[in-house]
Ligand binder design. Structure first.
Ligand code: ATP
Ligand code: MG
Length: 430
């Protein structure tokens, strides 16, 4: 495809909305005689009028030249050297030299070659995953360079792989998780052929490198559309290959094969509650996200009723940690937060808590998790009972939710437990 150049007057991206440090990097590269583009998700988000999460730069300058141009530059990465430009604010702008897809690339990082395979801007655009992620904003004249048909797909709201999706999903299966995240987060549809390839190659995710699957899954859960992402993961069948425990729980719940106090939709509503917080600017710790993932599994195994759920929680979470590639630290944190729920869940809490519990380092996070459960399950009264108790007992001491930073619980009090059927939707273009 020939490049389509869209002049500044014909697209809405203004420098006003580009991060000032990213602009400094772009200008310094340009003034030193290099080609420099803003690339990736930031261009897509700016076109959509959304605030980008980060601003990535691609350039003709080689890593050694970057090192000389920027004092605050660190080269990272084994397979391909990227430059991280550090700013005083703590911000990092990622700069990569144009490159092409490494030859014989198999399963991503497993195949480590020590060569940098530099390429042209067009090759750099074509190695990217989806058309909407392959757009370049040129700092020299503020035009957009579209080598892949991304502008049209942003306009239509479509996720389409660059090139043959059968090839692109097989060479890097985490792209399937990314496709799901993008449709959920952006409210897009998956283009038909891309979707067909996705459901054909689901099982390839099992051979992907664990840390990469884990990273993409964590990003999906923190993207602000975790509930819908989980729904699409489930509907596509990808979930069963990514994490069979939750997948089979959801299948059992759908068939009504879970106990009365269980609710197939609980986990979706807990993720909904997380999404509402992310929309307000909260950053939710990954251990909380994976605790929500595990919540229905441990509830089903008697979290609220066992005298001592420690062993049950440990085996359940260790199983999950193995499949999801959770670090030992995260796995232990998830176990700690889940075991603490026993003290808060209704069947147990009548005696109140030992005073020291409020002071524990994990109390605030445990309580947040409980709060997610309470709002998702229509147990706001339980929540209010606890809040009164905590404020009374501690006067809003440090570590108690009353004193924790950030917005306080939404006005969802008294909301009736919703028993609607699960929304059955597949994100496919019609
Ligand atoms: P987000 O807003 O979630 O950060 P993003 O599009 O910026 O989305 P990143 O994971 O930050 O996604 O990656 C930056 C860019 O790198 C992407 O836009 C895409 O062009 C490219 N990219 C990332 N992962 C892959 C991959 N697995 N295969 C091909 N290209 C990728
Ligand atoms: Mg990004």
């Amino acid at each position: 495809m020939a490049v389509r150049v869209i002049p500044r007057a014909e697209h809405p991206i203004s420098r006003k909305f580009i991060d000032e440090d990213a602009l400094k990097v772009l200008y310094r590269l340009y003034r030193s005689g290099h080609t420099a583009y803003l690339v990736g998700g930031s261009v897509r988000d700016l076109l959509l009028g959304r605030r980008p999460k980060d601003f990535d730069v691609a350039t003709s300058a080689r890593p050694s030249q970057l090192k000389r141009l920027f004092r605050n530059c660190r080269l990272i990465g084994r397979r391909f050297r990227l430059a991280h430009i550090h700013f005083n604010s703590g911000k990092i702008v990622e700069v990569s030299t144009f490159r092409r897809e490494a030859e014989g690339r198999g399963e991503g990082d497993l195949l480590v070659t020590h060569d940098n395979t530099f390429g042209t801007p067009e090759e750099d655009a074509r190695r990217r995953d989806f058309t909407v992620n392959g757009l370049f904003y040129d700092i020299s004249d503020f035009s957009l360079h579209d080598f892949v048909g991304g502008v049209e797909d942003v306009r239509k709201g479509i996720i389409r792989t660059i090139g043959d999706p059968n090839v692109r999903f097989q060479e890097d299966p985490v792209r399937m998780i990314r496709a799901i995240k993008f449709v959920a987060k952006l409210g897009f549809k998956v283009e038909k052929i891309t979707w067909k390839a996705l459901v054909t190659h689901l099982h390839h995710i099992e051979s992907a490198a664990k840390p990469r699957v884990h990273e993409e899954l964590a990003r999906l859960l923190e993207c602000g559309a975790s509930a819908m992402s989980l729904e699409y993961l489930s509907e596509s069948g990808l979930l069963a290959h990514v994490e069979p425990h939750l997948a089979s729980y959801l299948a059992r719940a759908e068939d009504g094969h879970v106990t009365d106090d269980q609710d197939a939709h609980l986990v979706f509503r807990m993720f909904d509650a997380i999404d509402q917080r992310v929309a307000k600017g909260w950053e939710i710790e990954r251990a909380i996200l994976f605790s929500v993932w595990a919540y229905p599994l441990v509830l089903e195994r008697g979290l609220a009723s066992l005298d001592d759920p420690t062993d049950m929680v440990r085996t359940t979470v260790e199983d999950l940690a193995e499949v999801l590639g959770l670090s030992r630290r995260d796995s232990e944190r998830v176990q700690q937060l889940l075991v603490a729920q026993r003290k808060l869940l209704p069947t147990r809490r009548r005696k109140g808590l030992p005073r020291g519990f409020y002071q524990k380092s994990y109390f605030a996070d445990s309580f947040l998790l409980f709060e997610l459960w309470a709002t998702a399950s229509g147990n706001e009264a339980e929540l209010d009972w606890w809040k009164g108790r905590i404020e009374g007992a501690e006067g809003g001491s440090p570590g108690s939710p009353a004193a924790s930073p950030g917005p306080q619980p939404q006005g969802e009090g008294g909301r009736k437990r919703r028993r609607r059927g699960r929304r059955r939707r597949t994100p496919v273009e019609q």
